[in-house]
Design a protein around this ligand. Structure first.
Ligand code: AMP
Length: 215
């Protein structure tokens, strides 16, 4: 299965990708995680990306395309992957189509997870992430048993700087302007499945399964 999860920040793409990964033999390729890793590694490219990400703007296309292309060529992607957070611009989508044509491995589906803007800001503002294992919590809807501590591994939870309200609203604007046009792009290619991203994690997971099954 080669799948793109499309949707605004806070739509639950990462959570759904992890659930799908647990069920099938696919890898989760998150553009945001790869960029955060590059920042943590302190590479020159990571330094450039850091300031842009802190503002909630998009890292230049050629940087992200290079990282994703390199990742998709690794052997573990041959059994399938879920792309999360890429593509985010038409140029990235066209570059992805080109790479997959070369690899003779076209996408199976693009799932667009749709949630209203007010819900997204609430979700992002309450989101807390484990520093060590990446597990996600929410202060209202999925609180950890002990405030600030991960249920899975006991490490500390943190809030991403770019999840704070002002930056979240900017990220949502960037999504509307630069990423939303991809819905029409993939619809024209006959790959798009739209799902309602409201409700519980389990309800959304069920809709994802239905969208894949109905294909
Ligand atoms: P995410 O974890 O997907 O919310 O991504 C966090 C940040 O990384 C975004 O706000 C962007 O600054 C950057 N980023 C992630 N994916 C991309 C992409 N495909 N193109 C450009 N910037 C990206």
């Amino acid at each position: 299965m080669r799948l793109v999860l499309l949707g605004p920040p806070g739509a639950g793409k990462g959570t759904q990708a992890r659930l799908l990964m647990a069920k099938s033999d696919v890898v989760h390729v998150s553009a945001g995680d790869l960029l955060r890793q590059a920042v943590a590694d302190g590479s020159e490219m990571g330094q450039t990306a850091k300031a842009i990400m802190a503002q909630g703007s998009l890292v230049p296309d050629e940087v992200v395309i290079g990282i994703i292309e390199e990742r998709l060529r690794r052997p573990d992607c041959t059994s399938g992957y879920i792309l999360d957070g890429f593509p985010r611009t038409l140029r990235q989508a066209e570059a992805l189509s080109g790479v997959l044509r070369l690899l003779q491995a076209p996408l199976d589906w693009v799932i667009s997870v749709e949630v209203s803007e007010d819900d997204l800001v609430r979700r992002l503002a309450g989101r807390r992430i484990c520093r060590a294992c990446g597990a996600m919590f929410h202060v209202d809807t999925k609180p950890p048993l002990q405030i600030g501590i991960c249920d899975s591994c006991g490490d500390h939870l943190f809030q991403r700087d770019d999840d704070k309200e002002d930056t979240s609203r900017h990220r949502l604007r960037v999504y509307r302007e630069q990423t939303e046009p991809l819905i029409a792009y993939y619809n024209t290619m006959g790959l798009l499945r739209r799902i309602d991203g409201r409700g519980t994690i389990e309800e959304i997971a069920q809709r994802v399964q239905q969208a894949l099954g109905d294909g």
